[in-house]
Write a protein that binds this ligand. Structure first.
Ligand SMILES: *[C@@H]1O[C@H](CO)[C@@H](O)[C@H](O)[C@H]1NC(C)=O
Ligand SMILES: *[C@@H]1O[C@H](CO)[C@@H](O)[C@H](O)[C@H]1NC(C)=O
Ligand SMILES: *[C@@H]1O[C@H](CO)[C@@H](O)[C@H](O)[C@H]1NC(C)=O
Length: 245
């Protein structure tokens, strides 16, 4: 081993420069040498121990480095997941807000409006000919939203929207049988049957009208017209909001 040779040379050097060497011929040289060799052996052992320790500490450092790398990798992964989670949370919040908005606008934009009535709420009614030609439907089946007034026969639109309106009229052959659906005083659609040989007439019609809030729709008799009703509900007027606009 190089180290050993180096130490040996150093010792030999010491040997020859040591003062008074020539005078100590009586000294037991072999004993002296074996002392030095023992010393060198000890030094070598120490050196090996040191090397082992350094190797151990290097191995430890490598392990530590690996652990640090793993922790760094995991931290990056956690950061990524956190970011992803935040993104999802943002989207969830936006979706929840959208749902709330839809709920509110849905409740606002779809008021419940519907009515249905027939002319007679008891006995038998012949209506017309008369000057006040508005038909007042007294037997109210439904009036959600209170748009229909059973005292006047007028439906007043509570909100702007498209409304489905239908009616039927019934009568006998002595007069013109039928009626006109009026919107704010203007006729829209009608039923009509001239006096004729058949004894009774029945007719119906329907329309989808765009009404502004406050618009009034009602049924009017023709001039010299007459309709009939009893609890069989022959002459009727109905309507409902299809959707607001
Ligand atoms: C220390 O490590 C080196 C290089 O891996 C090796 O050559 C040497 O034998 C090791 N020493 C000890 C004492 O384990
Ligand atoms: C440990 O990491 C440090 C810094 O990155 C580096 O200088 C060193 O060489 C590494 N040690 C081992 C044993 O990989
Ligand atoms: C989502 O909403 C919750 C509750 O309103 C709030 O605490 C949180 O900060 C919001 N998150 C995001 C990312 O907007």
């Amino acid at each position: 081993m190089e180290l050993r040779a180096l130490l040996l040379l150093t010792l030999l050097g010491l040997l020859f420069v040591e003062p008074g060497f020539g005078q100590r011929v009586d000294m037991d040289i072999s004993e002296w040498l074996s002392d030095k060799i023992e010393l060198i052996k000890n030094l070598e052992d120490k050196l090996k121990q040191l090397e082992t320790r350094q190797n151990d500490s290097e191995a430890l450092e490598a392990k530590l480095n690996a652990t640090v790398d793993e922790v760094t990798r995991q931290k990056a992964e956690v950061d990524g997941l956190r970011k992803e989670n935040e993104g999802l949370q943002t989207r969830l919040n936006a979706t929840e807000m959208e749902i709330d908005k839809l709920k509110q606008s849905g409740a606002k934009s779809a008021p419940q409006i519907a009515f249905s009535a027939s002319l007679a709420n008891f006995g038998e009614i012949y209506r017309g000919p008369c000057t006040d030609k508005t038909l007042i439907f007294k037997r109210v089946f439904s009036n959600t939203g209170s748009g229909y007034d059973p005292d006047t026969g007028i439906f007043t639109a509570p909100v702007n929207g498209l409304y489905f309106l239908s009616f039927s009229t019934y009568g006998y052959n002595t007069h013109v049988m039928g009626a006109i659906l009026m919107k704010n005083g203007v006729g829209q659609i009608s039923t009509y049957d001239n006096p004729s040989v058949d004894s009774s007439d029945s007719s119906s019609n329907a329309v989808v009208l765009q009404l502004a809030a406050g618009d009034k729709v009602y049924m009017e008799l023709w001039d010299n017209g007459r309709v009939f009703d009893n609890l069989n509900g022959h002459t009727t007027f109905s309507g409902f909001l299809v959707f607001p606009v």
